[in-house]
Design a protein around this ligand. Structure first.
Ligand code: AMP
Ligand code: GLY
Length: 421
């Protein structure tokens, strides 16, 4: 089988490495992939947002199955366009990707179908939004409606900050058209849990839970990033919480999407907060999370391609999806200064054992791997205990070398503390 994976980050590298375990897979193309992915797939210089280019490539190269991993091509209709040419794909169509593409849509969906989430108001003009934040309870959370590279959420502790957030998003258009509308919502507290799931529009198969570390620095200080590390499973996601999520969140969401004529097939990601009133949805993503995928897929025991195809074919109820009962930890090595300004172009030395090494921001220059992005790579290690997985991931990351390398030193610490309680 010839497979095409659209995207070029650590998540895509993890997907590709897992797909390669299937003996039927003869060839994997990555569009565009990256310098590290080039070890495991043939990288093709076509941007993940170039839908026309992707479709042309797939048709000309006889692609048997495609995996569209990032949010933008999904929202732009990459799966619709590939399906139109008869190419089966893993990922939702554009109408269903809206669950991530518009926060206003997602919030209204949850309200309409009684799915627990933070209380909110939506605004399509700055004047009304500004008037609202004058009286909203503090802290308050201001979110740009559309995709904003994970940066469109501002937690405002004061009225001045809330006002500034509304102006930045709606007037200065810091996130472009994504800020034509905003959601302003109640601030929730509690541990966060990420649950990725496979769904074919009827059956929902939650994957093993995970915990992301979004802030740039130790102790959850600093700016929000794409994610600086992950562990799986997440100790806050107990069997009781899982059952409540399935009943009140997962199945109702899939049913709601069907009722809206937007059947979701692919990986539906639930960003949850376990509040004192039970689990609530913080956000939906229409795709695998990054770097959650880098700890979830190494624990998947069932063949990934089989699960993906069952998802596409509406046959998830016919297979058993199993996860290992071990633990995984992924530590991200970033360029110092990320998520703001950082230098790139430095040569990278990778660990000797490349299992669990997932490259994100790197390219090949004269045959050498050099840094080309903020998050450069992640290293995942799997072990019988969380403690050992964390230690092994840090032992491995210490063997990675590039100038200006930065990583958090406390990935998994909170999870360990929670387990000890
Ligand atoms: P998002 O991009 O929606 O995942 O939001 C980024 C981060 O902001 C989340 O992981 C939470 O830590 C935080 N956040 C978002 N919404 C809320 C909320 N209503 N209350 C508290 N924290 C929030
Ligand atoms: N790690 C969170 C995300 O992929 O959006």
């Amino acid at each position: 089988m010839k497979i095409m994976v659209v995207g070029g980050g650590g998540r895509e590298h993890a997907i590709i490495k897992k797909l390669k375990e299937n003996k039927e897979v003869e060839k994997i193309y990555a569009l565009p992939g990256n310098g590290g992915i080039a070890e495991d797939a043939e990288c093709v210089d076509i941007k993940a947002t170039d839908i026309e280019g992707i479709v042309k490539f797939a048709v000309h190269n006889g692609i048997d199955y495609a995996v569209v991993a990032p949010d933008d091509p999904l929202v732009l209709g990459c799966v619709d366009a590939l399906n139109y040419e008869g190419i089966p794909c893993f990922g939702p169509r554009s109408s269903a990707a809206m669950i991530e593409g518009s926060k206003v849509f997602a919030k209204d969906l949850m309200k309409k179908y009684g799915i627990p989430t933070a209380k909110y108001e939506t605004f399509d003009n700055a004047e009304d939004a500004l008037a609202y934040v004058e009286k909203a309870p503090l802290p308050t959370v201001v979110k740009a409606d559309g995709l904003a590279l994970g940066k469109g959420v501002i937690i405002a502790n004061t009225r001045a900050e809330a006002e500034e957030a509304v102006r930045a998003i709606m007037e200065d258009k810091r996130f472009g058209k994504s800020g034509d509308r905003v959601v302003i919502e109640e601030f929730l507290t509690g541990p966060e849990v990420s649950v990725l799931s496979f769904t074919d529009g009827v059956t929902v198969v939650p994957m093993i839970s995970s915990m992301d570390h979004k802030r740039a620095h130790d102790g959850d200080e600093g700016l929000n990033t794409g994610g600086m590390g992950t562990v799986a499973p997440n100790p806050y996601y107990t069997a009781v919480v899982a059952a409540e999520c399935m009943e009140k969140i997962f199945l109702p969401t899939v049913k709601a999407m069907n009722a809206e004529g937007r059947t979701f097939k692919g990986c539906l990601y639930f960003g949850l907060m376990i509040t004192k009133d039970g689990p609530k949805v913080i956000e939906y993503n229409c795709r695998f999370g990054d770097p959650e995928t880098q700890v979830v897929l190494p624990l998947l025991k069932t063949d990934l391609l089989t699960v993906m195809q069952a998802t596409t074919n509406g046959e998830l109820d016919k297979i058993k999806v199993e996860f290992s009962d071990r633990h995984a930890c992924c530590v991200i090595a970033a360029s110092d200064g990320y998520p703001e300004h950082y230098e790139k172009g430095f040569e990278i030395t990778l660990p000797e054992d490349k299992t669990g090494v997932y490259v994100a921001g790197a390219k090949l220059k004269d045959g050498r791997l050099v840094t080309s992005g903020g998050r450069v790579l992640g290293v995942t290690r799997v072990s019988d205990t969380l403690q050992d997985a964390i230690k092994a991931a840090y032992d491995a990351i210490k063997t990675v070398k590039f100038e200006n390398m930065y990583y958090r030193t406390d990935i998994g610490k909170r999870a360990l503390q929670a387990k000890e309680k």
